[in-house]
Design a protein around this ligand. Structure first.
Ligand SMILES: [Zn+2]
Length: 250
């Protein structure tokens, strides 16, 4: 789940606001019974987190590499980025539907206002996203490969591997280029592309047309120059990069 999918999920789950949790199940080790009979105050996303705020505490779900969710909201099914059928980590049932969280980390936050503890200036989907702050944070890591920087949740909260690959292709930057070898104008362009693409990701994901709009992620031929797309694990994060060895400059 990348940030835009969680931003969408938080909106799709809005009908559970003001509803009471009627039953709780799942294989999580946290004390899930405390959610029983509690009323949902609000649901929001930050980066790759989905937060359900109750009166006295909040439930924070962190979707790791392949975490996802399923929900039924007033008889309509919703799904996250991956389909999963095994036992949910946590399932909450309401009078108007249910939420199932899979393959993720769930944790209680002991606060009546979890939203106040998050820095939305680094959340790629937030209207408060601060591109100048991202620019400064990136240049303070001169020796780091740019593909690793894009996955840094302290700089680009919500950016995952799909967004990383697509924006590097759009900005014509090789994933293994170090920050110190990227010019300020290239970096400004990359940051702008990342924000722009994340908003498009949201729009396409909402309309179920994300895959057909991807240019480089899991593609075999570069749509710009016809070169065979290269796939390799890059950087210290060792995540797969999909890139064009010809039009993405090293
Ligand atoms: Zn190319």
């Amino acid at each position: 789940m990348e940030g835009p999918s969680l931003y969408l999920a938080a909106r799709q789950l809005k009908p559970f606001r003001g509803k009471t949790v009627l039953s709780v199940s799942g294989n999580t080790k946290i004390e899930k019974e405390r959610i029983l009979n509690k009323e949902v105050k609000t649901i929001f996303s930050w980066g790759k987190h989905l937060i359900i705020q109750f009166d006295e505490f909040a439930l924070r779900t962190h979707f790791l590499l392949f975490g996802t969710f399923e929900a039924t909201v007033i008889d309509s099914p919703l799904t996250g980025d991956y389909r999963r059928s095994y036992t949910p980590r946590l399932q909450l049932d309401f009078e108007n539907g249910s939420i199932k969280l899979f393959n993720c980390s769930v944790k209680f936050l002991e606060t009546r206002n979890a939203k106040a503890s998050y820095d939305f200036t680094i959340d790629i989907m937030s209207p408060r996203w601060d591109s100048d702050k991202a620019f400064d944070s990136i240049y303070s890591n001169p020796g780091v490969e740019i593909a690793d920087i894009l996955l840094d949740q302290e700089i680009f909260a919500g950016v995952g591997n799909i967004i990383k690959n697509e924006v590097l292709w759009r900005a014509r930057i090789h994933p293994e280029r170090k920050v110190k070898n990227i010019t300020p104008s290239e970096l400004k362009n990359l940051i702008a592309e990342t924000k722009k693409f994340s908003l498009l990701f949201y729009k396409w994901r909402k309309a179920f047309v994300l895959r057909k709009h991807l240019d480089i992620y899991q593609k075999s031929i570069c749509p710009r120059c016809g070169t065979k797309v290269e796939r390799k694990k890059t950087g210290k994060r060792n995540r797969i990069s999909h890139f064009c060895p010809v039009c993405q400059m090293t």
